[in-house]
Design a protein around this ligand. Structure first.
Ligand SMILES: [Zn+2]
Length: 226
């Protein structure tokens, strides 16, 4: 796994579920190991790239960390988490950033989540699609946008409804809403977030979280930085 690691990461904030690290103007959102609903063994079954008699392939290949598609997913997910969760928490806790981040990345996908490339069709020019597998509840997510609400649900501590169902807004957990409608809502949510007019983030009680607003230099571990 090729990794280009910065020498220093400054940890500026942490909770029981995640922490926020800075390297110059790049912000990393690092999810803790148990901030996940995934388990090993949820990967696609068809991983044999051998073409059939017609020269056609149909298989899945794991996306490696640091590749363009991996970075694209982690940067979309990081930016979204910053806008919808992290920014408000930092403000609420009085954490000041030395400079606004110009790039925000999820350090790595939640534990046991794996991004896959599906290749289907002609051996030389197959159609390629990307899917995120790993959740024990959802078969797969087909885009970062589909996964966003589910990721937010993980960062909210995986709340459940009174009826025992997941209180998650993704199109799979909340089957009543099509993805188009959810995406529209996410856009509206962004606008409200930027305005900063809304006070709290709702039901945040109940979780006791260690917090700190004191910047701290942390030794580099295995953050998936590129
Ligand atoms: Zn969900």
């Amino acid at each position: 796994m090729a990794q280009n690691t910065p020498h220093t990461l400054q940890r500026i904030y942490w909770t029981a579920l995640y922490e926020v690290l800075l390297h110059q103007k790049t912000m990393f959102i690092l999810l803790h190991e148990d901030t996940t609903d995934a388990a090993p063994g949820m990967q696609p079954l068809q991983t044999d790239p051998t073409p059939d008699a017609n020269g056609e392939v149909n298989y899945y290949e794991e996306v490696e960390t640091g590749t363009k598609i991996d970075k694209l997913w982690r940067s979309k997910l990081g930016k979204f988490l910053y806008d919808t969760v992290v920014k408000a928490e930092l403000a609420q806790e009085g954490v000041q950033l030395p400079t606004p981040p110009d790039q925000i990345l999820l350090s790595s996908l939640p534990e046991h989540y794996v991004l896959w490339t599906h290749k289907k069709g002609d051996l030389h020019t197959p159609r390629t699609d990307h899917y995120l597998h790993g959740s024990v509840y959802v078969d797969r997510f087909r885009s970062p946008t589909e996964f966003l609400p589910h990721l937010k649900w993980l960062l909210d501590g995986q709340p459940m409804k009174a009826n025992g169902k997941r209180d998650c807004k993704c199109c799979y957990c909340d089957g009543s809403r099509p993805q188009g409608e959810i995406s529209k809502d996410l856009g509206a949510y962004h606008k409200r977030g930027r305005g900063g007019g809304k006070g709290g983030r709702g039901d945040r009680g109940g979780r006791s979280k260690p917090r700190s607003s004191v910047p701290e230099a942390v030794p580099y571990k295995d953050y998936r930085v590129f």
